[in-house]
Design a protein around this ligand. Structure first.
Ligand code: NI
Length: 231
């Protein structure tokens, strides 16, 4: 009921060895034991796990183990703080992600970006497709690319399909910021970082101009001053 394609989940790792369902479970249990009630270390760009295609989750964990992993992911995301976290970001090459966005409390910015609150939820083997040709460009960042933000043109609306943590399928349309978040997290599961899709001239250090540009509802001044196109 979990698998994206119904096929047996196996791939070949960098050393040529098969990375099997058993290996995923072992990795998860080892991480849970190491971390206890603490936070998982968030891996940074350059770690190959962020560039691998994650294995579809196919029920490798018993419900208690899955719940413990998801609790760890939510805890780690909240502490960062972030609005999404994909399993590869804590070193696990399996297609699970968590998302939650309470908003930023800046009404104009939230209105322009359609940053509506996103209730906590789990994405298992998610996939998305655009609902139309409209794209929107805003600054975003990633917990695995610490200290930077860049503008990414993303689909304004996507059809998201996948499963929740109990194996119930979903098939729905998301728009605005929630659509951006699920695109970013789903991309992680395919080994794609937001920088791959970013307007690279928009790249800004969060400690400097990045913080400034992040508050511009639509990055028009940033586009003009740094020299990158907006959709
Ligand atoms: Ni990210």
């Amino acid at each position: 009921m979990w698998s994206a394609n119904g096929s047996h989940c196996e791939r070949t790792g960098g050393n040529g060895a098969a990375v099997s369902d058993v290996r995923v479970r072992e990795q998860v249990l080892r991480l849970l034991e190491q971390v206890g009630s603490g936070l998982a270390p968030i891996v940074q760009a350059g770690d190959p796990v962020l560039r691998a295609v994650a294995l579809p989750y196919d029920g490798e964990l018993v419900p208690e183990e899955l719940d413990a992993l998801l609790a760890l992911m939510f805890r780690t995301m909240a502490a960062a703080p972030g609005v999404g976290l994909a399993a590869p970001q804590i070193g696990l090459g399996v297609a699970l992600a968590v998302v939650q966005d309470p908003g930023v409390g800046l009404p104009e910015l939230e209105a322009v970006r359609e940053r509506t609150p996103l209730a906590p939820r789990v994405l298992v083997n998610p996939r998305y497709s655009p609902v139309d040709g409209r794209t929107v460009g805003f600054y975003e960042g990633c917990l695995s690319v610490e200290g930077y933000a860049a503008v990414v043109a993303r689909h304004h609306g996507v059809n998201l399909v996948g499963w929740d943590e109990r194996g119930r399928p979903f098939d729905e349309v998301l728009t605005g910021w929630p659509a951006r978040i699920v695109q970013h997290e789903t991309d992680h599961l395919g080994g794609t970082l937001y920088l791959d899709k970013a307007e690279i001239r928009s790249l800004a250090a969060s400690a400097g101009w990045g913080g400034h540009w992040a508050l511009e509802p639509v990055p028009r001044t940033a586009a003009a001053e740094l020299g990158f196109p907006l959709p």
